[in-house]
Design a protein around this ligand. Structure first.
Ligand code: SF4
Length: 273
């Protein structure tokens, strides 16, 4: 580990871990040096992000039981209203369920210092569901098996399910069997359940190993030996493309690449607006 203070204070998220997988230099610039590139993204991508952000806010209010504030004057009212009608139709609130929207959980053990930001945790009498809203494009027409597999093995699934299971004593006062936990990905645009992952003790141990290996990889990485050629396939989507290659971000290629969209650090982009 080159910077012991970093190891002490940094909480890993699925976004920071996938950024490191894509390019260690990008991870260093974004998370160690705190750099952000102001020209990112272009107007079309920005608009789509804003619509997704607004949906998350409206869903948060719905599950909190407060007025959503959505009216004819809201920008993109038509689409947001349609999405919210779908959400309210498919997620009718039940009095015996505890809803925790936009909920943050953290855990700090060595080396697993992790943070997960959930769109929704729904605590039922006999099960706990994690829900995540996917708002960056209609995925209904995609190959369902491939899509489901991608979600099953995504870093988001690994981090969210692992942290939830580890922090259950804090969340509900006691542990429960892994089999009573599931994670679901749902899109409001043409409402559709994209994937449902049922948890197990075996998955939990596998996820622990994956996370420990990844975090040790970050902490032990030698930036002096960074080889750009190994990561250059990500350059055209990267906000630091101008810095590294004197070239612009290719937004069209970004929007056509499904795998990349799935791992894109939307939250850190959204923080800028
Ligand atoms: S432009 Fe390429 S090499 Fe530079 S930080 Fe981004 S992905 Fe890494």
């Amino acid at each position: 580990m080159k910077d012991l203070r970093f190891a002490d204070y940094f909480l890993f998220t699925q976004h920071s871990l996938s950024t490191f997988d894509n390019c260690p230099l990008k991870f260093r610039k974004r998370y160690l040096e705190g750099l952000k590139w102001d020209s990112f993204p272009d107007e079309r991508v920005k608009k789509r992000l804003e619509r997704g952000n607004n949906f998350h806010l409206l869903a948060h209010r719905y599950f909190m039981g407060v007025p959503t504030g959505l009216d004819q004057g809201t920008e993109e009212f038509g689409e947001l209203n349609e999405w919210m009608e779908c959400l309210e139709r498919e997620f009718k609130k039940e009095p015996f369920v505890t809803y925790l929207p936009e909920y943050k959980l953290r855990m700090v053990t060595d080396p697993l210092k992790l943070e997960a930001n959930f769109d929704l945790i729904a605590i039922n009498e006999d099960r706990i569901e994690i829900w995540d809203w996917k708002t960056h494009g209609d995925m209904q027409g995609k190959n369902r098996a491939a899509l489901s597999k991608r979600f099953e093995t995504s870093l988001q699934t690994v981090v969210y399910m692992f942290v939830l299971k580890e922090q259950l004593p804090i969340l509900i006062g006691s542990p429960i069997e892994s089999e009573k936990i599931c994670m679901c990905y749902w899109q409001p645009d043409r409402p559709h359940l994209l994937a449902k992952i049922n948890y197990s003790d075996e998955l939990h141990e596998r996820f622990r190993q994956i996370l420990e290996q990844k975090i040790r990889g970050v902490l032990e990485y030698d930036y002096a030996g960074f080889e750009k050629a190994l990561f250059s396939k990500h350059c055209k989507y990267c906000e630091f493309n101008w810095f590294c290659n004197n070239d612009k971000v290719d937004f069209e290629a970004m929007e056509e690449d499904e795998d990349f969209l799935d791992t894109l650090d939307w939250d850190s982009i959204e923080e800028k607006y």
